[in-house]
Write a protein that binds this ligand. Structure first.
Ligand code: MSP
Length: 506
């Protein structure tokens, strides 16, 4: 029996600066997956949040002359506002400064400590403050800079508690045999560069700053950001808390658990996170989707490089649907993508305005003009384009079940193109002139049915425009489900509206 509960999460973002389109990217993809699963009848839970502790945040607050708590409180308002503007439907927003999280992280530390997987030590090595990450040789260039952010790594020597990661090399090799991490090339990178390359124990506490969670065992130590951060995925559900119903439901073996992360934090999620879960005797997520970066001028868009695109400006100028569509269609997860406003506008005009927009407005206008808004019932089920529509639903579902949003979207685009071509080939305006009413009725019925399919498949993406698209076909929203579309059980009402759905951007 297939699983019917679905839990999707994004990384929790550092409030050390405003969020940019790279962060909007991950969160939108997670949102689209959640909305799709909902249409498939799943009970869903979608988590995002903020990762608020650490040295960098402490420094930022100092620069702004406010307390760390005041600093993060202010920044998080901006996060929440972005998610509202982008129609993100998260069920919970976790802040690592939330008291339930703080208390649970202490308990988790104690639990792992008691089991003997944590020991006191001294850690010596290289550290990237900007990314809050201990670095191996492979992660730096010859100048000693971290390859991800090009900031100089600092020397580091500190008393610390270590997690016995090296005990788990066999376990990691076992789990890497499964397909929990995608894409495939990232899996090889993790195995070759880390798992099977003298995997070292991980430092999990710090003593040289205070903005973090102190451990009960020795309160001068605060939990180093990653143990604090990774555990958010379970503390948010109520793990080790009085009310743990969500945890019982969404971290159970029957739930499909999918986590999205960018490639530079894949190491933490594919190596340390499974180990933490193992020490707690908890299950692994089913899938870790590691996506590429959005580049601008060939560099990772990032606050520290200063080449960021502000998603709020894009939403205000072009709408959240436009940005969501661009993310879904034009930025595949398995490679780095580029963002420029020209590419964005071009994709909008080609796909939303010329393909879908045009199709919907032409067909609805013809139904109004030639049939007063209501077509006559007719059997078109054997027509090739109707079969194509059904096939599109099936291949879309197959791809979405593999979390391949961009390929799934391209199937919808293809159906739209075929419908537009069908209009050119069948020339309804000629049929009307020649009074071939039955043929005209068939052509428009085929198109109307396919437009409904197209609109429904776009529903997880085009959150705002979806209702209008459906209304434009004369259909009540609650009727549109996968089941009704596949079984052709939709009742059409008279179309009266003439809406312009996607106006070309000049
Ligand atoms: N706080 C940690 C994550 C802890 S999760 C338990 C962190 N935060 S972050 O704010 O720096 O980044 C969060 C996510 O945003 C990462 O997955 C990262 O890959 C993603 N992105 C940041 N810049 C990006 C691009 N330019 N392009 C795509 N995603 C990018 O890491």
């Amino acid at each position: 029996m297939s699983k019917k509960t679905f839990y999707v999460s994004t990384p929790i973002y550092y409030p050390s600066g405003k969020l940019h389109i790279g962060h909007a990217y991950t969160t939108t993809l997670a949102d689209i997956l959640k909305r799709y699963k909902k249409e498939m009848g799943y009970e869903t839970f979608f988590l995002t949040g903020s990762d608020e502790h650490g040295q960098k945040i402490e420094q930022k607050a100092e620069e702004s002359k406010v307390s760390p708590q005041e600093y993060v409180d202010e920044m998080v308002l901006g996060f929440k506002e972005l998610w509202r503007l982008l129609d993100i439907s998260n069920d919970k927003f976790i802040r690592t400064t939330d008291s339930y999280h703080v208390e649970t992280v202490k308990k988790i530390f104690t639990e792992i400590y008691k089991k003997g997987f944590i020991y006191p030590s001294i850690y010596e090595g290289k550290y990237c403050k900007s990314c809050e990450e201990f670095l191996t040789k492979e992660q730096m260039n010859e100048k000693g800079e971290h390859l991800v952010c090009l900031k100089e790594a600092t020397n580091f020597k500190e008393e610390t508690y270590m997690l016995k990661v090296s005990n788990f090399v066999n376990y990691l090799n076992e789990i890497f045999e499964t397909n929990f991490l995608e894409p495939e090339n990232r899996k090889k990178e993790m195995l070759n560069n880390f798992v099977n390359n003298n995997l070292e124990d991980l430092s999990i506490t710090r003593i040289s700053f205070t903005w973090g969670i102190p451990i009960n065992e020795n309160p001068k130590h605060i939990v180093y950001v990653w143990l604090d951060a990774l555990t958010n995925y379970i503390t948010a559900l109520g793990y080790m808390q009085k009310d743990d119903n969500l945890f019982k439901k969404f971290w159970s073996k029957d739930t499909e658990i999918v986590q999205l992360v960018g490639k530079e934090i894949t190491r933490f999620h594919s190596i340390y996170w499974p180990i933490i879960l193992k020490t707690l005797d908890l299950r692994m997520p089913d899938k870790l989707l590691s996506h590429g970066w959005i580049l601008s001028n060939n560099n990772k868009m990032s606050k520290s490089i200063g080449n960021v695109v502000d998603p709020i400006e894009l939403i205000k100028k072009y709408s959240s649907d436009a940005l969501r569509f661009y993310i879904a269609n034009d930025l595949p997860m398995n490679r780095d993508g580029s963002f420029t406003e020209e590419l964005f506008v071009e994709s909008f005009n080609t796909n939303l305005a010329n393909n879908f927009g045009n199709l919907i407005s032409r067909v609805s206008q013809m139904i109004i003009k030639y049939f007063d808004g209501l077509l006559k019932a007719t059997d078109i089920e054997n027509h090739a384009l109707v079969k194509e529509g059904i096939k599109t639903i099936e291949s879309y579902q197959k791809l979405m079940n593999q979390y391949n949003i961009s390929e799934a979207t391209s199937k919808i685009i293809k159906l739209g193109q075929e419908c537009n071509k069908f209009i050119e080939d069948s020339k309804p305006w000629v049929l009307a002139k020649e009074n071939k009413i039955d043929e005209l009725n068939n052509v428009l019925t085929i198109l109307q049915r396919n437009i409904l399919i197209i609109s429904y498949l776009l529903k997880p993406i085009l959150v705002k425009k979806y209702s209008q698209m459906i209304e434009q076909m004369g259909v009540d929203e609650e009727q549109v489900t996968f089941d009704n579309l596949l079984k052709n059980k939709i009742k059409y009402n008279k179309i009266t509206n003439k809406l312009v759905l996607f106006e070309r951007i000049k």
